[in-house]
Design a protein around this ligand. Sequence first.
Ligand code: GLU
Length: 279
Amino acid sequence: MTFRTRFAPSPTGPLHLGHAYSAILGHDMARARDGAFLLRMEDTDLQRSKPEWDAQILDDLTWLGLTWDEPVLRQSEQLRSYDPALERLEAMGLLYPCSCSRSQIQAALAAPQEGVTHEVYPGTCKRRDMTSRQPGDALRLHLDRALAQFVGIYPEFEETGPAHVGTHRIDPDHALAEIGDIVLSRKGEDIVAYFLASALDDISQKITDVVRGEDLFGFTPIQVILLSLLGHAIPRYHHHRLIRNEHGKRLAKRDDARSIATYRAAGKTPADIRAMVGL
Ligand code: GLU
C-alpha cells in the first residue's frame, strides 16, 4: 500500500520548532517513498481553536516548502462523522455517562502532552448506565469491558520510530493502570475527544503511517484499542524525538519565542529551520 502520512496540528497557537520538525519529517518520509502527505486540523476544541492560527500554520508550512496532496481536513467541519463510532461503542455496552467537573472533562478532551499529567479516572461514575445520561455529561470508555472483548488476544501495532521500534501488543494491565476510562465525547455540545477523533480520521484519511511526537507513544494503545473495537485495520506508528528548549523541556504553544513566525520575522530561512531541528 502506498505510504500515506499526515500532520495533524491543533490550531490553538503558533507553529513552533517542534511542530515544524514533525511536519517536515512526515513530509520528507512521504516524498522519499513516493507516498502522500496530508494535513488535518484537529480543531474540535471550538473555544481554543482559532481561524487565525489555522491560517498562520498553513502559511508557515508553505513557507517551509511543504506541499500536501489533498484538501486540508478540518474536524470542526465534520463533527457528526464521529457519531456512528460512538453509537457502535454504546451498542457494545462500552460507554457510560460521567458528570465529573467540567474542567476535568475539558482537560481530558485534548491530546495529552509531555509534562501534563494524565489522570487515570478513579471511576466515580462507572456504575452509571447510559439511561441516566444528562445533557452535558461526558461519555467515557469502560476500559475493563473494552479489554474483555479481546478474549485474551490483544491487538498489536507496529512501531517504526527509533525509541520503540518493533511490534507492541496491548498490555491490559498497563492500559488500565496508565490510561484508564478516557473521555470520548461531551454529548450535547458537539465535542468529540482527541483520542477518538484523531484515530478515526487516520482511518478516514487512509493513513498507513502515523508520524508524530514521542509524547504520544504511551497513548497509542488506547487508539489501537478503539480502532480494533470498531473493526478497523491499525496503521503503523512512528514516534519521533521531541525538540526541546535549553532546559530540556518540550516546546509548547506558549513558547512564542520559538514560533516559526518569530524566526521568519528575524530573517531565518527554511534551511535554517531544518538545521535547527537537526534535519
Ligand atoms: N493534534 C495533536 C496535537 O496537537 C496531534 C495528534 C497526532 O498527531 O496524533 O498534539
